[in-house]
Design a protein around this ligand. Sequence first.
Ligand code: HEC
Ligand code: HEC
Length: 205
Amino acid sequence: MDPGRRFAAPGMWLRKLCASIAGVLVLACTPALAQEDSAKAKFELCASCHNDNGISTAENIPSLAGQTDRYVQWQLVYFRSGTRKSEIMNPIAEALSNEDVRDLGAYIAKLQPAEPGAPSHPDLVEKGRTLAAQNRCAACHGEKLEGNGAAARLSGQREDYLLKALQNFKAGQRVGGGMAAMADVIYPLTPDDLPALAAYAASVR
Ligand code: HEC
Ligand code: HEC
């Protein structure tokens, strides 16, 4: 037997023991930190389209920053099950575990939402404001359309994406959850109303 190895053995043991104690301490002391780091790592895949700060700069890609935790979780589950159709998001969501969905929801909700920009169609904002009051959008989406539980944040969202979402509801392409809240809302609205609502909702501060 190699004597060097024989004497080295206790040292090895000690080193392993220390490493494992250190590992336990690190885990015990910083579980919240570790979880946030892992959510951030999970979000890296999303950032290629939704950007690191969760504020999209691309047409028809929604901003996620400051979206409600519950809304994000539900949408990821709908994408995963195919209830909500998107060639892009369906395969991405299929790869997510329930834990991923929870981590991503919490992480996204904490990102600083986009400042509402100047609407691209300022002439439509007043019409949108009237329609929003008549149709009680704020009753579900919050006083400043900042989102509330399963009802999405609309404030600060991209106007092009909001219009697309409303058109998808109108066309019956997006059915949403069991309560189908938006189906009832969208039914009496005309296609002409939708750009006005999108312009207004995107601009609410
Ligand atoms: C290749 C680009 C791409 C990547 C990568 C991507 N997304 Fe998306 N995401 C989109 C597009 C496009 C939509 C809009 C789908 C639609 O039109 O209904 C979307 C929609 C969403 C929505 C719905 C937002 C809303 O307001 O309804 C959520 C939530 C979402 N993505 C989360 C994620 C998460 C989490 C990841 C990473 C795990 C991710 N996305 C990765 C392109 C992408
Ligand atoms: C009864 C409650 C309720 C009312 C009233 C309501 N909404 Fe919604 N809205 C919801 C819910 C819940 C969702 C999420 C639906 C889903 O799961 O797909 C939603 C989703 C949306 C979305 C999609 C957001 C995204 O990021 O994809 C838009 C846009 C929207 N609503 C606009 C409006 C507008 C504009 C009005 C007023 C004309 C309105 N809503 C009134 C409950 C409501």
